[in-house]
Design a protein around this ligand. Structure first.
Ligand code: C2E
Length: 814
């Protein structure tokens, strides 16, 4: 929209208005001057009318003549004063004829001038006559002077009348003209008024339009302002967003920089060499390790190709570059086919490089290069270790199994057979425990050496773990070959050892399994040999046994026992029997040993000697032992004090961290006084992790209960265990008690144990007392308590009366 239109028209309108107003003012001024002029004219017409002056003068002239005539007549009745008055009036009138407009009228005509002059002269001449009018004749003389002028004065008056009439006519014309003029002016003014109105209307319209435009403009302005505000706000938001983006970008930049630094750090600290090449063969980046691996410059000019880099290095006699050239040659195919691949490059110097080639989407490629020489060596070392026993350098179970597989496969195609001989060392555990692991290890090494010397080159000797060894005997023609080897081994290993100046004697038993028939697997063969070994050990040490199928049946029976045992606790098939322990001197029951019984649904009562080792093997001994402690405490809490209850603890239970808590809980729940509970442990408990076991024993002791050492005398170094923990009681193994009558050494042992107990302040209990004779000897040896069938067999709790009489035989002993 243009703003020139309204402003221009407004200016024009203002100019027109100014012109109209000015013309209006001028017209008004002009009309007012005309009106003044007309008023003046009218005034003159009304007061100073020429014709009137002339007629007055004629009238006075006539009156004077009449007075003079009258005066001249005696007794005319005229007063001289009156003549004098008329004369003076005429003189004044005559004077007026020389003034103003009349003079103008007179001056237009010489005759009139003559008349006026004559009149003035006549009057002047008549003056003395009138002054002395009383004098006779003066009146006539004066009249004579005036009379000649009578015609002329009348003519002057007539001319004056005519002039007056003419002037009136002119004035009328003038008035008519003024009337028209005024009317025209009024009409003009009216027209101007209309024009003005029109202009005002136009102006108004212009103003309305301008106002409308203005409002439109204002609205537009408002809208634009709103839009501007919005735009401003949007701009603000955009600015904030920009700031935010900027912040994000800055963070990203920092992160990018950090990442870049990390990337560089990672790149240059990689154990692998890395090289990235673009589609045209130019190097994009490589790391320090790459340069180091191939003896290259650590930095290159951008745009260098890998071949140029290699050529440059080769020209300087760098050997590593030649290796890279070889690798690059292998990579060529991968580059061409844009294929990912990993390959290993062996190099003349014994170096091995593993290359991982990866094409990139832009046509280039990236590859990593790793010097795996050491790893290869380590791998072969690991592979060796994975198949060999670190201590003896013999084959381990894995390699032995592989060799067995191979031998079994070959034996199918040959006349000969394969046999596996399993053996373990008798008393090795004792050596290890008493002389230390180092001695044990040294002994194992010598054993391995002796074993190797017993077999042929093609046979395999393996250490399967601990003191377990196995021999894979190939080319066996008949079982006798195996027997010969087994005997050789027993003999070789049974010979004394000199370990660090210490003579050690151990023995071995051998189990033999021949892969004669049935196409056994390596595991089966090994299991058979193991079963045969078990049998060999059970019949006596230092011998060998061949596997027989019934051994497998025993294994099956054991499996079934395991299955039944697992269900027994939940089925409530266990119960406790109690065997009295008697104070030899007082001949009174001091307490009972709780002995576990399994009431098997089919087999009836099963001995703990049979199922406890199985329960220990399959991890059932802990829950079972917990049940025993709870049950024994519960039963004993119903007995009269101070009767005690002795509970057997398996070594396996000591590996359970909850043992102390379990015993504590059993005591709390039953309310049994801790001093009435006795825990029996065997030496084997102290063989395992001694410190932990001793700590557990002390914790148990702190609860206020008593600890007894069971089966004392059967172990390798029983005496040393007595030093390690202050036991409350020693239980002499029943083998010594039962040998009392037949072996002199048994009595000596019993006596010394009893003496030891007395000196250490421990009570001594002799187990397995069956006869009165034994009891007498035990009393004489100084034992304080006894336990055995002599006093009574173990019974269920419900059958206990706590009276020795009920058990019967003791009275007979007295
Ligand atoms: N020949 C003969 N034997 C006698 C005589 N007096 C008692 N016995 C038997 O000798 C064994 C003594 O128990 P032990 O040496 O602790 O030997 C126990 C003990 O080591 C273990 N045992 C029994 N109950 C438990 C138990 O609750 N927990 C654990 N861990 N082991 C238990 O089972 C072994 C065998 O227990 P049992 O068969 O009950 O056999 C018991 C008992 O019945 C006798 O005059 N002559």
């Amino acid at each position: 929209m243009s703003f020139d239109g309204p402003s221009l028209s407004l200016r024009i309108l203002k100019a027109v208005l100014a012109i109209v107003i000015v013309s209006f003012l001028l017209s008004a001024a002009y009309i007012s001057s005309l009106v003044v002029e007309r008023q003046e004219a009218l005034k003159q017409v009304s007061r100073y009318n020429t014709s009137w002056l002339a007629s007055q003068a004629v009238s006075e002239f006539t009156r004077l003549e009449q007075r003079l005539s009258a005066y001249a007549v005696p007794d005319g009745g005229i007063d001289p004063g009156e003549v004098q008055l008329r004369f003076d009036i005429l003189v004044n009138r005559a004077k007026l004829l020389n003034d103003g407009e009349f003079q103008d009228f007179v001056s237009r005509d010489p005759e009139r001038q003559e008349t006026v002059r004559l009149l003035r002269e006549a009057l002047a001449a008549a003056q003395p006559l009138v002054d002395r009018i009383e004098e006779p004749g003066n009146a006539m003389k004066a009249l004579a002077l005036l009379q000649p002028l009578e015609t002329k004065v009348t003519a002057l008056a007539s001319a004056a009348n005519h002039y007056g009439a003419q002037r009136v006519t002119e004035d009328q014309h003038e008035l008519i003209r003024l009337h028209w003029l005024f009317s025209s002016l009024a009409a003009g003014l009216i027209v101007c008024g209309f024009i003005l109105l029109g202009l005002l209307g136009w102006h108004n319209r212009l103003l309305t339009r301008a106002h409308h435009d203005l409002r439109f403009l204002a609205e537009n302005l408002q809208r634009t302002s709103d839009e501007l505000k919005k735009a401003n706000k949007a701009l603000g938001n955009a600015y904030a967003e920009l700031q935010h983006q900027n912040g994000v970008l800055q963070i990203q930049e920092i992160e990018l920089r950090t990442q870049n630094e990390r990337f560089n750090a990672a790149l240059n600290n990689m154990s692998h060499g890395l090289c990235m090449v673009d589609a045209t063969g130019h190097i994009i980046v490589f790391n320090e390790r790459f340069a180091q691996l191939f003896d290259l410059e650590s930095s290159v000019r951008p745009g260098t190709t890998l071949n140029e880099l290699i050529a440059y290095a080769e020209a300087r006699g760098r050997e590593g570059a030649a290796a890279l050239r070889q690798i690059c040659a292998e990579q060529q195919e991968l580059i061409r086919e844009r294929r990912q691949a990993t390959f290993i490059q062996g190099q003349p110097g014994g170096r091995t490089i593993a290359v991982s080639h990866q094409p990139m989407s832009d046509g280039g490629w990236v590859a990593t290069y790793e010097d795996i020489t050491e790893r290869r060596q380590a791998e072969s070392q690991i592979a060796y270790m994975a198949h060999h026993d670190a201590l003896t350098d013999l084959a381990n179970r894995v390699l032995f199994r592989e060799q067995m597989e191979r031998a079994l496969a070959q034996s199918g195609r040959s006349e000969t057979q394969v046999a596996v001989l399993c053996l373990d060392l008798d008393r090795f555990k004792d050596v290890n425990d008493s002389l230390g692991h180092e001695t044990g290890d040294a002994l194992l090494k010598v054993v391995a050496h002796r074993l190797r010397s017993c077999v042929r080159e093609e046979d395999v000797v393996a250490r399967l773990g601990g003191d377990e060894f196995a021999v894979l005997q190939t080319s066996v023609h008949e079982p006798h070959d195996c027997a010969v080897l087994a005997m050789r081994i027993v003999e070789a290993l049974g010979a004394p050892y000199d370990i660090d100046g210490q003579e050690i004697v151990i023995g071995t038993s051998v189990g033999i399994a021949l892969a004669a028939e049935g196409n056994p697997t390596p595991d089966q063969l090994l299991k058979h040999a193991d079963l045969a070994l078990y049998r060999a050990k059970s019949v006596g040490r230092g011998t060998f046994r061949f596997f027989e199928p019934e051994m497998d049946a025993q294994l099956q029976a054991r499996r079934m026992l395991e299955v039944d045992l697992r269900k027994a606790l939940a089925n409530g098939e266990f119960e406790l029997f109690y065997q009295p322990q008697v104070d030899i001197r007082r001949k009174a029951i001091t307490g009972y040993e709780a002995l576990l019984r399994w009431r098997h649904p089919e087999r009836g009562i099963v001995s703990p000697a049979e199922f406890i080792p199985v329960a220990e093997d399959i991890g059932l001994i802990s829950p079972l032992g917990e049940w025993v402690v709870h049950e024994a405490c519960r039963e004993a809490s119903g007995w009269p004090a101070p009767l005690k209850v002795a509970v057997n603890l398996s070594p396996v239970q000591f590996r359970n961290r909850n043992l102390v808590q379990c015993v504590k809980q059993a005591l709390e729940e039953s309310g049994l006084c801790p001093s009435r509970l006795e825990l029996e442990i065997t030496e084997s408990v102290l063989l395992q992790d001694n410190d932990t076991t001793l700590a557990t024993l002390h914790q148990l002791r702190k609860l206020g209960l008593r600890i007894a050492m069971d089966d004392f005398g059967t172990g390798y170094s029983s005496l040393s265990y007595l030093r390690s923990f202050p036991f409350d009681k020693i239980k002499i193994d029943q083998s010594f008690v039962q040998g009392l009558s037949s072996r002199a050494d048994c009595l000596a042992i019993v006596q010394s144990i009893a003496g030891l107990g007395a000196s250490l302040g421990m009570s001594t209990v002799a187990e397995g007392v069956e006869t009165e004779d034994q009891l007498v000897q035990l009393r004489a040896a100084g034992c304080t308590e006894a336990q055995g069938y002599y006093f009574g067999r173990p019974r269920p709790a419900r059958d206990l009366t706590h009276s020795l009489e009920d058990f019967g035989p003791v009275r007979a002993a007295e």
